[in-house]
Design a protein around this ligand. Sequence first.
Ligand SMILES: [Zn+2]
Ligand SMILES: [Zn+2]
Length: 343
Amino acid sequence: MKALVYHGPGERVWEEKPYPVIQQATDAIVRVTHTTICGTDLHILKGDVPTCEAGRTLGHEGVGVVESVGEGVGTIKVGDRVLISCISSCGRCDYCKRGIYAHCRDGGWILGHRIDGTQAEYVRIPHADNSLYQVPERLPSEAAVMLSDILPTGHEIGALNGEVGLGDTVAIVGAGPIGLAALLTARFYSPARIIAIDPDENRLAMARTLGATDTLSGDAVSSVMAMTDGEGVDVAMEAVGIPETFDTCQQIVRPGGHIANIGVHGTSVSLRLEDLWIKNVTVRTGLVNTNTIPVLMRFVEAGGVDAASLITHRLELADIEHAYDLFADAAQQRAIKMILTAA
Ligand SMILES: [Zn+2]
Ligand SMILES: [Zn+2]
């Protein structure tokens, strides 16, 4: 079978690889029908994720059809159309029992990282009963792919960690795929205003389409303060992962407000603790648990959120090398999410 294999920083090839096989009784083998590329895959290619070794098949998002299951798999059946969670979890360890699937003792973010991932014709999914979700019949596969990672991440690490509430003013710093997913899911909690901040006008146009009430491309701090009568925002979400955007969040959050850091940072940020403490600000961050996939799936299925609106490019899985080139040039290509479909 074919797979997109990481061969060290800057090196990736769509190449022949052995078919995955059941290794544990709780495994399933899934024939991938739809997958996508994440910003995290680009981080791996830059060499930012040393725990991902050369020879690894990339990808942690996708939908497919179950080909075979181990004898310990109970609810997932051969032939099921399934959503693959970016987080694999046993459902039985102490962390799983607290709903912190990200820190499962025998899982977490391992797909396309520590074990072979979903950018392939077939993938082995450990702990299949807890890591796969049957896709309802009327939910299209390409919309379902948005539930593997970006919608739960935007929801859990953005909207929930930020405690978005009725009538709030929310600022989302960074209108890439994750920032836009945070925007879509923040709307569940009925904020009065959502201010999207990004230097890219195309992304801001997309943010307005998805429900942002205001967009800013210039000096965000003074603009936000002016827009909020000098008070700042109730919730500031960081969806980029660099010190400058985190600092913007620290400067625009109002007393009693929340900073939700979603971005993956490669370097330290400076914490303005001297200002934040007296403003009763909370700062939260985290790796997605994906424990809200079931509720998000109900919203997407019912049409309460248009997940497919995040898809800007559709290519064949065999063209994934070209898709990586396009995604690496996302601003020029106006790329948000690309769907790769198996022939
Ligand atoms: Zn991802
Ligand atoms: Zn576990």
